[in-house]
Design a protein around this ligand. Structure first.
Ligand code: PHE
Length: 448
C-alpha cells in the first residue's frame, strides 16, 4: 500500500474542547487506582513531594514538547518525527509510541473492566453479597470468561467513541464525562474528610517521613507514577496536539493539563486515605487497594452504598477518557499509513489490542502459572510500562525536542520564542529530564 504523508484534517472545536480531552486523557486509573496504591506502598507524603517535583521538572516540559511537536506537524506520531528531522531515525520514537499503546491499552482495559464490574455490582447491590472482599475479588478474576467480558465491554465503548472522530466522538464524550468526574471526586473527598480520624489520612499524605527520602525505590516509584499519571512518552499529547489549531498558547495549555491531572490525583488521595485511616485499614495493600480494601470500607461507612456507586463510576469514567487517547495514537498512524477510514482502523485496532490485553486478564485463571518473581502477567505489564516503556519514550521525546529538533524550531513551535522560561524549558528537556529518568531507569533495572 502506498504510504501517504497527508496531514490530518480533523480539529477540536475549541481550545476548551482540547483541554478537556487532554485532561481526560491524563486523568485516569493512574490518578485513582494506581496513585493510591503506589503512594500507599511508598510512604505517602515523601513520595508525594518527589512525585510533584517530577511532574514539574520532567512531566510539564515533556507535555509542552509533545504538544508543540504535534501542533507543528499536524500529523501522527511517526510522521511528526520524520518531518521534524528526516536525517536521523527519530521516527522510531513515534513507532515505539504507536506499538507501546497496544500494550498500555491492552493492560489498561483489564483494570477498566474490573472497575465496570464493580460499578454495576454497586448499582445492582450484588457487590454487597459477601463479607470477604479478598475472596470476592479473587473469585471474580479467576473466572476467565467473566473478566474478559467486562474488558470487552470497555474496549467496545472506547472503539465506539473513537470511531466517531475527534469532534463528534472524543471531544463530545469528554465534554459530558469530565465535569461529572470533577464533581464526583470533590464530593468523595469532602465526604471522606468528615469521617472521624480523617486527620491521620491527611498526615499520611502531607506529613513527610524523612527516612523515605533515602530509599531509591521511592524515587523510582515517583518517576514511574509521574509518567503513568500524565501518560507521557507515548505521543498521546503529540497526537491530540495535532488536532489543535494555531493561535493558542501551548505552555499555558500544558500547565492547565498538568494542574488538572495533579489535582485529580490529590483529590482522589483525599477521598481514599482519610477514609482508609479512619477505619484503621492498611493503605499499603498493593494494586488491590481499590478492589479489596475500599469495597470493604464502603460497607462500614454511612451511605457507603452510594459512595461506592460514585467511586466506581468515577473509575470507569476516568478510565474511558484515557482509553480514547491511548487508542487514538495508533488510529491516527494507521489511518494515514494505510490510507484507511477511521472506522475500519478503529475497529481492527480495538480487536487487536483486546487480544494483546487478554493474557493480562487471563493471568489470574488460565495463565495463572506464568509469573515473574511474584508478579502476575498484569503486574508485569504495569511495571514494564511505567518503569521502562514510558521512561524510554519520555527520554527519547525530551532528547529529540531538546537536542535533535533544533533550538529555534523548538522554541518557535512551543510559543516560548526567546523567553527565559523557554530557555529553562529546554534546559529541563536537555539535562534534567534525561538524567533523572536515566537514574530512575537504572535504579529500576537494579532493583529487578
Ligand atoms: N494517564 C493515564 C492515567 O493516569 C494512563 C496512561 C498511561 C495513558 C500511559 C497513556 C499512557 O490513567
Amino acid at each position: 500500500m502506498p504510504e501517504t504523508t497527508d496531514k490530518i484534517t480533523e480539529q477540536w472545536t475549541s481550545r476548551g474542547g482540547f483541554l478537556l480531552a487532554a485532561i481526560g486523557s491524563a486523568a485516569g486509573l493512574g490518578n485513582i487506582w494506581r496513585f493510591s496504591y503506589v503512594a500507599g506502598e511508598n510512604g505517602g507524603a515523601s513520595f508525594l513531594i518527589i512525585y510533584l517535583l517530577c511532574i514539574l521538572l520532567i512531566g510539564l516540559p515533556i507535555v509542552i514538547a509533545e504538544i508543540s511537536m504535534g501542533r507543528n506537524a499536524q500529523c501522527d506520531a511517526v510522521l511528526a518525527f520524520r518531518l521534524a528531522n528526516p536525517r536521523y531515525p527519530w521516527h522510531l520514537t513515534g513507532g515505539l509510541a504507536v506499538a507501546g499503546c497496544f500494550f498500555i491499552l491492552g493492560f489498561y482495559s483489564v483494570i477498566a473492566g474490573w472497575s465496570l464490574k464493580y460499578f454495576f455490582g454497586a448499582l445492582s447491590g450484588s457487590l454487597w453479597d459477601t463479607d470477604d472482599y479478598g475472596d470476592y475479588f479473587s473469585e471474580f478474576i479467576s473466572q476467565p470468561v467473566e473478566s474478559i467480558s467486562w474488558q470487552l465491554m470497555m474496549m467496545t465503548l472506547t472503539v465506539g467513541v473513537v470511531a466517531g472522530g475527534i469532534r463528534k466522538g472524543i471531544e463530545a464524550a469528554n465534554r459530558y464525562l469530565m465535569p461529572v468526574l470533577g464533581i464526583i471526586v470533590v464530593v468523595l473527598a469532602a465526604y471522606s474528610l468528615t469521617l472521624d480520624g480523617a486527620t491521620k489520612g491527611l498526615a499520611f499524605l502531607f506529613a513527610p517521613d524523612w527516612e523515605a527520602f533515602t530509599r531509591p525505590a521511592v524515587y523510582i516509584a515517583a518517576v514511574g507514577q509521574a509518567f503513568f499519571s500524565l501518560g507521557i512518552g507515548m505521543a498521546i499529547f503529540l497526537t491530540y496536539g495535532a488536532y489543535l489549531g494555531h493561535g493558542h498558547s501551548i505552555p499555558g495549555a500544558a500547565a492547565t493539563i498538568v494542574a488538572g491531572d495533579t489535582l485529580l490525583a490529590l483529590f482522589a488521595g483525599l477521598a481514599i486515605f482519610p477514609a482508609v485511616f479512619s477505619f484503621g485499614l492498611n493503605p499499603a495493600q498493593g494494586p488491590e487497594l481499590a478492589f479489596i480494601t475500599l469495597p470493604g470500607l464502603f460497607t462500614l461507612m454511612p451511605g457507603g452504598e452510594l459512595i461506592a456507586i460514585l467511586f466506581f463510576g468515577l473509575l470507569v469514567g476516568a478510565a474511558l477518557t484515557s482509553m480514547f487517547s491511548i487508542l487514538e495514537v495508533p488510529v491516527a498512524y494507521f489511518m494515514r499509513r494505510f490510507n484507511l477510514s477511521r472506522r475500519t482502523v478503529t475497529v481492527s485496532l480495538g480487536a487487536t489490542i483486546y487480544a494483546v490485553g487478554l493474557p493480562a486478564s487471563l493471568g489470574y485463571s488460565i495463565f495463572k502459572s506464568i509469573n515473574l518473581g511474584n508478579r502476575t502477567i498484569l503486574e508485569i505489564y504495569d511495571y514494564a510500562i511505567s518503569n521502562f516503556l514510558l521512561p524510554v519514550g519520555g527520554i527519547a521525546m525530551a532528547l529529540f525536542v531538546g537536542w535533535g529538533w533544533g533550538k529555534s524550531s523548538a522554541l518557535r513551535a512551543s510559543d516560548f520564542n526567546n523567553s527565559v522560561l523557554g530557555k529553562f524549558w529546554l534546559f529541563c528537556l536537555r539535562f534534567i529530564a534525561p538524567i533523572f529518568i536515566g537514574l530512575a531507569f537504572f535504579g529500576a533495572s537494579l532493583s529487578k
